[in-house]
Design a protein around this ligand. Structure first.
Ligand code: PEP
Ligand code: MN
Length: 333
């Protein structure tokens, strides 16, 4: 349920009302909109007498929220959430590019790629240390060593780092990681989501291979319900009957998720299409659809990559793509 307050309601009146609502056992989420303050009530609001609340002098309107996701709902929080990661801001109409290899392979590889993507305009560095691979015989990532190398690349370039967690037991290694990625395969690992909610760190939450928008938002809700509002949603393609591409980029996800939620929405064209040649057109489509950012795989030598070489751009291809992204973004403004 949301309680929309009248314009210019005094802070003292807001506090009094919030304290009053809390006595009924609700969690109250306060959101300062451009004109109105909106109070989001979480809990069993079924028995609340809406008319009684509407009668209060500072209340403009009261509405029930039908959707099961509350904290992530735009009705709770009308303005876009902006997530600050060092100097980068994700959300709120900008275009934040995250780039780096699928997996961290060596010091030389990650430092080379980090320097080149930074020079081209990437604001965060990605790189997998723990890799969810379909085959147990495939490269599983450098694990703890991979995180150490990412931290070296961060020190060298100043770029904040994004890397995937696969299991709660790994969390202690993520202290200096700036954004924790929850991959598609773990989108509904609810225990992991709850604990990441307690971590307070920005979470990049990828849509599962066959999950609906509502399921993605409910997973975000798990993180937010545990007290962490810093969730970035990521569309990375879904499983369809098409086999030519790795997955099918669901471009509708961008405007729909942005309508339903205030959380930033970014797109991963690399895992969506799986072929380097098509990463640029899908990136531009994501920009045109209103995405807040992109996460793109870049490798210094894609032909020899230990993971996802086929879909990785060379540093030069990435540099050219960023120029086109910037041009398109300014043409749209
Ligand atoms: C990745 O980003 O390297 C990755 C494994 O992504 P996804 O979970 O979307 O497959
Ligand atoms: Mn990958």
């Amino acid at each position: 349920m949301i309680v929309i307050l009248r314009e210019n309601t005094a802070q003292a009146a807001v506090e009094k009302l919030v304290a009053n609502l809390k006595t009924f056992g609700f969690d109250v989420h306060i959101s300062q909109g451009s004109q109105h303050t909106v109070l989001g009530l979480i809990g069993d609001t079924g028995k609340v007498d809406i008319d009684q609340i509407k009668m209060l002098e500072c209340v403009d309107d009261v509405k029930r929220i039908q959707e099961p996701f509350k904290n992530a709902n735009r009705k709770f929080h009308p303005l876009d959430t902006q997530i600050k990661v060092k100097d980068a801001v994700i959300g709120g109409g900008g275009m934040t590019v995250i780039a780096g290899p699928c997996s961290v392979e060596s010091e030389e590889q990650i430092i080379t790629v980090a320097r080149s993507v930074k020079a081209s305009g990437a604001k965060l560095l990605r790189g997998g240390a723990f890799k969810p691979r379909t085959s147990p015989y495939a490269f599983q990532g450098l694990r703890e060593e991979g995180i150490k190398l990412l931290l070296e690349a961060k020190k060298d370039t100043g770029l904040p780092i994004v890397t995937e967690i696969m299991d709660l037991s790994q969390l202690e290694l993520f202290d200096d990681v700036d954004v924790i990625q929850v991959g598609a395969r773990n989108m509904q690992n609810f225990e992991l989501l709850k604990q990441l909610g307690h971590s307070g760190k920005p979470i990049l939450l990828k849509r599962g291979l066959a999950n609906t928008y509502q399921e993605l938002l409910m997973s975000a809700e798990y993180i937010m319900a545990s007290g962490n509002e810093n969730v970035i949603l990521c569309e990375r393609g879904v499983r369809t009957f098409e086999t030519y591409t790795r997955n099918t980029l669901d471009i509708s996800a961008v405007p729909v998720l942005k309508k339903l939620s205030h959380l930033p929405v970014i797109v991963d064209p690399s895992h969506a299409v799986g072929v380097a040649e098509f990463v640029a057109p899908l990136s531009l489509a994501a920009v045109a659809a209103g995405a807040d950012g992109l996460i793109i795989e870049v490798h210094n030598n894609p032909a020899c990559a230990k993971c996802d070489g086929m879909q990785s751009l060379t540093p030069e291809q990435f540099r050219q793509l960023v120029r086109r992204i910037e041009k398109l973004k300014s043409a749209l403004e």
